[in-house]
Design a protein. Structure first.
Lengths: 335, 309, 336
């Protein structure tokens, strides 16, 4: 049974977050190199702006805002699932090697395939997605044993090992490349929001539309998986199957997000934790909250980051790590 | 009906592009002035197809080099990429020019450009084309003089560009004659660069003056360099084998902040070119450009270094 | 007492075998490389004053970097061994535990704010940074009872590293010095000169010697903290000394070659399989094996793609992964 008071608290928090997100979007729309005064925003939105104003808002700022929001949501959800199935509060799609897998795939693709001006931009996310998926499968393969099935702790440790080794592989790839190309890859790795255009939004959105309801539908199973295994089996959950399905969901979400945003860590870790701190560990309660928190955090980090340095801003990935890592350390201290 | 027409259309497009790449030069020379008066735009045959560009661009943004070319053609620049901005060669010309990148769209739109020149790998090309006509070039697709003439066509200054290219070629060849007369027909030259902790040697089309030295001046490169670097354009090597790659003369493109500790070793000092004081050090920062401004600077440098005047 | 002698006698043989391997590796490292060199030349370079091109190549380019490889390998292996000892954690490694990232961040900060820093200054910065990184990771680990659990330490290490890397990247972008920073952190052993070695080797030697003196205490500490206290050991002081040693060794190694993971993790494990759990044996053996391993990796890096140099960092990371997987799978239960 869920306590009504807790449910009420969750509703209020959800409402506050939605307001917060809209507020940040509103502020973000007015911030940037070109100044658009806030009282012009609504006329522009309703189609009464000049070409320049409309271009800045619809082609530059809005896509970026929406992409960061969606990516943050996807990463947060992915983190929440991973923490559930590994029974480990510290799991995060970045920490277990999905980012570095995508990174290596990008580097290989960028260095060894001929680049065509038009299609190139749209191929990159696909490549990153495949890279992340393969890495996740390999990590899963190594942490799975016939006798005991998937070992959560092992999953995390092997993930860390793989991230390190893949970063090494990346150095080999980069070191033999031309400097101009290296610049590009380095930027991608740092989590510089890459896919800031409407097509990328339509590539990311379907994942969320399908997988958010799916996860919330599975929330009860996640609760059981989060208990210890004998209990879960006792209740009749076929652990291995559920785990694989949920793991795939998490990987797909993270890979889809990372493929358009570049390497971003910590969102998937922080958002579920903050949510749990508010409404407790029940999955159906905290997951919706975590999704909104994740979206808002990434949006917030990018809004600050892109206005910080001329001309390109500081990557969202770096901003998130700067905000997120201290919080993570605080968590480790508190636990 | 439409489907049947398609192959013919394609063929036609092919034919047109084939013709235009050969004869576009002549044609445009005749057509351009007329068009200019009428609509103030000209049609430029870019790599990606014909594109309408202003006949007399006033505010150009460069996202992928070609800065020196545009400066020499006397066209006003309002924004350049980071590499150009940091190039000491252009320090004076670009003093008041903004630094932009293919991601700083807002800054670009604020600069109100009427022409954008980008690289084929630049991001946001479709958005840039909404701001202003955007022309892309694939880096290294054509040689450095052709590139300048291409830019001349784009900026409606083909004559000036051609004139410069011919003059420069003649100058460089003349200097080459003199140098070869002085150092001998068979004397070899190696171009190296120290960047970070790595050492590179270059072929005949990889900036750092290689185009001038090898293509125009027709100086010889050592066999080993020919073997390893000519095809790829550049080759990374270890300081251990530098003596094998060293020609009778060495042009050393040197970055002030790179690790050049190998210069203090006996191995380096024992290279004949070093012993005989035949190493010419040039500023590495900016040497990777192949535009008229840089090339003239490099030509002057080589004349001074090899001929002593 | 009897047991002691039984174990020491074979250890001398093992040590000798290790030394032999090391010398062999050293010669191989000197012989193979971009320029063709015969064993004879190496011999002359080391023993005589003879001069020719090849000999000076060896003396000036190859010898300094091989010596750097030796000391860096030894330093990383020993610091890894000590870390695994005091944290009783088989996954401890200077690269995984935030030392390297700390050194990177310090490097970026010093290049950004004190642009005229010389080599010595950069080394000091690396030391301070490594110390900060390690203090953060260990601090998080030590705050709680039973905090040195493998998972916690690894995650704390990952978090601290991510934070510090973000700091150095952020500074790099903000001050437009990424290029200079990466030159220090990703350069590997290329272009090591005698001057650099003169600055760094004393630190590493001092670190290894101190650690040898404290190896006995470390053995006891590695078994059980209560026992150590019961035997009258001042555990806090011993830990502090060993901690300083780790920072000295890892800091110096990072200052010389930049980021380097896995060496400190792997070598002590290999060594333990040979000489057992006594740190009086583990430390000297780790130094020798670490040095040999580094020489091997460097030789591979120089020859695989000669004369282009494959960065040693990458070679080690790739050799290291299978090993890491092996440890995790083998000791699976111990980590839960």
């Amino acid at each position: 049974m869920i306590q009504p008071s807790l449910l009420k608290k969750q509703r209020i928090l959800l409402f506050i977050l939605i307001v917060l997100i809209f507020l940040t979007i509103f502020i973000g729309m007015g911030l940037g190199y070109s100044s658009i005064s806030y009282n012009r925003l609504f006329p522009i939105l309703f189609g009464q702006g000049t070409f320049k104003e409309e271009f800045i808002l619809f082609s530059i700022r809005l896509p970026r805002i929406i992409i960061t929001l969606l990516a943050g949501m996807a990463l947060a959800l992915s983190g929440a699932i991973l923490q559930g199935i590994t029974r480990n509060d510290l799991a995060d799609p970045g920490i277990i090697g999905i980012n570095s897998g995508a990174g290596v795939a990008i580097a290989v693709f960028f260095l060894f395939f001929p680049i065509e001006a038009g299609s190139f931009v749209y191929l990159l996310p696909a490549v990153a997605f495949i890279g992340a998926l393969i890495t996740a499968c390999v990590i899963y393969f190594f942490s799975y044993t016939k006798k005991v099935g998937l070992q959560p702790v092992r999953l995390v440790l092997i993930g860390v090992g793989f991230s390190t080794a893949l970063s090494g592989a990346m150095i080999v790839l980069i070191s033999s490349a031309e400097r101009e190309k290296v610049d590009f890859i380095a930027k991608w790795l740092a989590g510089n929001i890459w896919g800031t255009d409407w097509p990328f939004i339509s590539a990311l959105l379907p994942w969320l539309i399908v997988l958010i309801p799916f996860t919330i539908y599975k929330a009860n199973r996640l609760n059981l998986l989060g208990l210890n295994e004998p209990v879960a089996i006792g209740v009749g959950v076929s652990i291995e199957k559920e785990r694989v399905v949920l793991l795939l969901t998490a990987v797909a979400l993270a890979a889809a997000a990372v493929s358009v945003t570049g390497g971003i860590t910590f969102i998937g870790l922080m958002a579920p934790h903050i949510a749990k701190a508010f409404v407790g560990p029940r999955n159906q309660l905290f997951i919706p909250l975590a999704i909104l928190i994740g979206g808002w955090l990434l949006l917030f980090a990018d809004t600050i980051g892109r206005n910080l340095v001329e001309p390109d801003g500081i990557s969202a990935g770096i901003m998130v790590a700067l905000i997120g890592a201290p919080y993570f350390m605080y968590l480790l201290l508190k636990k | 009906m439409k489907k049947q027409l398609l192959p013919f259309m394609l063929l036609l497009v092919l034919l047109i592009s084939a013709c235009s790449s050969q004869s576009a030069g002549k044609k445009e020379e005749k057509d351009a002035p007329k068009e200019e008066k009428k609509s103030e735009t000209i049609t430029y045959q870019s790599e990606t197809g014909p594109i309408e560009v202003p006949a007399d661009p006033q505010r150009v943004i460069l996202l992928s080099g070609y800065t020196g070319n545009v400066i020499r053609l006397g066209v006003n620049i309002v924004g350049v990429d980071t590499w150009s901005k940091n190039n000491p060669t252009f320090a004076d010309e670009l003093k008041d020019v903004e630094e932009v990148s293919d991601e700083s769209l807002e800054k670009i739109i604020e600069l109100e450009p009427d022409l954008i020149i980008a690289g084929s790998t630049s991001k946001n090309i479709d958005k840039l084309s909404e701001i202003a006509p955007t022309v892309t070039y694939t880096w290294g697709k054509v040689d450095y003089l052709t590139q300048h003439i291409e830019l001349g066509k784009l900026l409606n200054k083909e004559k000036e560009a051609k004139k410069w290219a011919d003059e420069f070629k003649a100058q460089a060849e003349a200097a080459g004659e003199e140098i070869r007369a002085k150092i001998g027909e068979d004397a070899t030259v190696t171009v190296i660069e120290g960047y970070d902790k790595q050492l590179y040697v270059f072929g005949d089309n990889w900036a750092r003056g290689t185009e001038i030295l090898y293509q125009s001046m027709k100086l010889k490169m050592p066999e080993k360099v020919k073997e390893m670097a000519l095809k790829e354009g550049y080759y990374t090597l270890s300081a251990e084998v530098l003596p094998e790659f060293a020609g009778d003369y060495i042009v050393f493109s040197k970055y002030a902040d790179a690790d050049t500790s190998f210069q203090n070793t006996e191995t380096y000092k024992n290279i004949p070119a070093v012993k005989n004081n035949r190493v010419f050090e040039m500023e590495g920062n900016g040497a990777s450009f192949t535009d008229p401004v840089t090339l003239e600077k490099q030509l002057a440098f080589f004349k001074k270094s090899f001929l002593g005047n | 007492m009897k047991k002691e002698t039984q174990r020491t006698t074979p250890f001398i043989y093992k040590l000798l075998a290790g030394l032999l391997l090391f010398v062999g590796m050293f010669v191989i490292a000197c012989v193979f490389g971009a320029a063709d060199i015969a064993v004879k030349d190496v011999w002359f370079a080391l023993t005589s004053n003879a001069e020719n091109d090849k000999i000076s190549v060896i003396r000036e380019i190859r010898l300094p970097r091989e010596i750097a490889a030796v000391f860096v390998g030894a330093a990383l292996a020993v610091s890894g061994a000590i870390m695994q000892g005091i944290t009783r954690n088989p996954l401890a490694d200077p690269g995984l535990l935030g030392l390297t990232a700390g050194a990177n961040a310090a490097l970026a900060i010093s290049i950004a704010f004190i642009p005229s820093t010389n080599y010595f200054g950069i080394m000091i910065a690396c030391f301070i940074g490594a110390a900060m990184g390690a203090i953060m990771v260990f601090g998080i680990g030590a705050m709680k009872k039973g905090g040195f659990s493998p998972l916690r330490i690894v995650l704390a290490g990952a978090a601290v590293s991510a934070f510090l890397y973000a700091v150095s990247e952020g500074i790099g972008i903000y001050f437009k010095i990424s290029k200079n920073v990466s030159m220090w952190t990703a350069g590997g052993l290329i272009g090591t000169s005698w001057v650099q070695l003169q600055v760094i080797i004393p630190f590493i030697l001092a670190g290894i010697i101190i650690s040898l003196f404290f190896s006995r205490q470390l053995t006891i500490l590695s078994l059980n903290e209560e026992v150590a206290v019961g035997l009258g050991q001042k555990t806090t002081q011993v830990k502090i000394v060993l901690f300083i040693v780790i920072i000295l060794l890892a800091g110096a190694a990072v200052a010389l070659v930049g980021n380097m993971v896995f060496i400190g993790l792997m070598v002590p494990h290999i060594v333990r399989a040979i000489v057992g759990t006594d740190y009086r044996f583990i430390i000297p053996m780790s130094a020798i094996i670490g040095a040999s391993f580094m020489l091997l990796a460097d030789t591979l890096g120089r020859t695989i793609h000669a004369p282009y140099e494959t960065p040693i960092v990458a070679i080690i990371a790739m050799i290291g992964l299978p090993f890491f997987l092996f440890i995790v799978r083998k000791g699976g239960k111990a980590f839960s």
